[in-house]
Design a protein around this ligand. Structure first.
Ligand code: GLU
Length: 293
């Protein structure tokens, strides 16, 4: 299935830190793409990370976007209102034997000799090998995440491709990620599962987001195939770097939109210069090409 509907983009921040210039740029790219096509620009708050998500940061996101003069269409979608949909998708994969419970801690995974992948360590598969009885017993008392059995899932699907409007057609290589987590010990769904379901639910296309999520799209494409979801187009835009040349992080106060606002900067003027690729002093583009295989 491919999404052929009208253009609908989204900005999907997680309320776990202050928005910075990189977020302003991401929001701008999604917003301008939709406006240029006479489409819609939606706002989604990715607030299912119960440990780090904070309500006051949601208010701060609204304030930052208002300051920039970016207007979104329709109601804001909160991921915390979508837990039943995430559960239903996980149940479906469970019934097909495509996910398994994982009891490992981060340190156990590192100690098991896991190799680095596109997004942290590739899970070595320890819990995939557990017998049914041990699974049942441990599930009753131990916290667990749910992992996708990647080899099995990948074998169930035909070769998959996805389309980036700048980088062109990509052969999906979710296998590089290994058995990704779909539901976390401390959160009802992982980023991969929630974002894929929500982009389909909101009929987003193209998904406009930063190049740091380029590889993640391989996993999202596989989930679309497994769950029978529409396949959007993608546009992975360049990223902004701080004075150290590294991608801006939420911890960097200097580039925080709230700091700029408090320093008396004009939001719409800042947005207009970003639109023309004029970056403020100390900010540059992250130098990275697509690292897709
Ligand atoms: N919530 C993610 C973030 O704040 C963005 C997700 C996406 O655009 O797919 O980094």
């Amino acid at each position: 299935m491919t999404a052929h509907g009208p253009v609908r983009t989204r900005f999907a921040p997680s309320p776990n830190g202050a928005l910075h210039l990189g977020h302003a740029y991401a929001a701008l790219r999604a917003h301008d793409f939709a406006r240029a096509a006479g489409g819609q620009f939606l706002l989604r708050i990715e607030d299912i990370d119960g440990v780090r998500s904070k309500p006051e940061l949601v208010e701060a996101i609204f304030a930052d976007l208002r300051w920039l003069g970016l207007e979104w269409d329709g109601a804001v979608l909160f991921q915390s209102s979508r837990l039943a949909a995430y559960d239903a998708a996980l149940d479906q994969l469970m019934a097909r034997g495509l996910v398994y419970p994982c009891f490992c801690t981060r340190s156990q995974i590192a100690a098991a000799g896991a190799q680095p992948g596109p997004d942290g360590l590739v899970y070595p598969g320890t819990c995939r090998l557990l017998g049914e009885a041990e699974r049942e017993r441990r599930m009753a008392s131990e916290p667990h995440s749910w992992r996708l059995d990647m080899a099995r899932a990948f074998a169930e699907t035909d070769p998959l491709v996805w389309h980036d409007l700048e980088a062109g057609e990509q052969a999906a290589r979710p296998d590089l990620f290994g058995d990704v987590v779909l539901a976390r010990k401390d959160a009802p769904a992982s980023y991969h599962l929630a974002v894929t379901l929500d982009d389909a639910h909101q009929q987003i296309s193209p998904v406009v987001r930063g190049r740091d999520l380029f590889e993640a799209t391989h996993v999202h494409r596989l989930l679309q195939a497994l769950l029978g979801l529409a396949v959007p187009h993608y546009l992975h835009h360049g990223l902004l770097a701080g004075p150290d040349g590294r991608k801006l992080a939420k911890s960097e106060n200097a580039a925080a939109l709230a700091s700029l606002r408090e320093a008396g900067e004009n939001g719409p003027a800042l947005l207009e210069s970003l639109r023309k690729n004029h970056l403020p002093a100390g900010i540059s583009w992250v130098h990275a090409s697509y690292s897709s295989p």
